[in-house]
Design a protein around this ligand. Sequence first.
Ligand SMILES: *[C@@H]1O[C@H](CO)[C@@H](O)[C@H](O)[C@H]1NC(C)=O
Ligand SMILES: *[C@@H]1O[C@H](CO)[C@@H](O)[C@H](O)[C@H]1NC(C)=O
Ligand SMILES: *[C@@H]1O[C@H](CO)[C@@H](O)[C@H](O)[C@H]1NC(C)=O
Length: 206
Amino acid sequence: MCLSLASSLLAVGVALIHMVSPEPGSCANVTITQTYNLVRLMQANTTILLNTYLSHQGSPFSEPGFFNTGRLHYDGVPTIAIHFLEWRSMTDMERLGQNYRVYSIFFEFLQLIWDDQLEINPYETELLEMLKATQLHIKGLLSNLTGIMCSLGSPPTPLTDPLMMKVTEADTFEKKFRGSVVCYRYRQWVDRTVRDFSLLQNKYRS
Ligand SMILES: *[C@@H]1O[C@H](CO)[C@@H](O)[C@H](O)[C@H]1NC(C)=O
Ligand SMILES: *[C@@H]1O[C@H](CO)[C@@H](O)[C@H](O)[C@H]1NC(C)=O
Ligand SMILES: *[C@@H]1O[C@H](CO)[C@@H](O)[C@H](O)[C@H]1NC(C)=O
């Protein structure tokens, strides 16, 4: 896998590698397949996370069909709105880079939501543990993405302050709402990332 990744990379352009070649030895050996498997594992829990989260926020969040009313937007939470052809024609680096940016933002939001829930639902340990486990998996995914991008010769640029302090201020209702949107959008994004990696996997299959 790594070899086929490397040889496909030559097609991408040797010049690029020389320009931005990372420090020797700083590239972790992560394969597309390993990362695909990790994302599939994450995907298995996204619905449980969303439903568990909603069930502990009271009305109207816990009511069936809460998300059928179009209340889906919270500033800064990544959405997946993209046309099929636009998605399909992204370069590998664009695809990986976008995933890296999105999960960097989700990582911070998961911390914020955990803090909010510790305050609102301090005794719901199952929910708190799920949020923490999700955040850890995102961290693992970011690390895997870094490894892949690095071995493709273009390590990701870390995001600077995706979430400013000001944005985190909210009353209880808003905190519950933003957590709902985060869990909902996170689920959509993991589905999208599964598609991204299944595409990459087919491409780099030896
Ligand atoms: C990377 O992983 C592959 C597959 O596990 C292995 O064959 C290869 O030797 C590893 N390369 C390095 C540099 O560790
Ligand atoms: C899925 O949820 C179970 C139970 O909460 C947990 O033990 C497991 O680590 C989670 N896996 C992932 C990939 O999130
Ligand atoms: C890839 O992600 C898995 C799961 O989180 C983690 O155990 C592993 O260390 C990661 N590998 C790298 C090189 O980041």
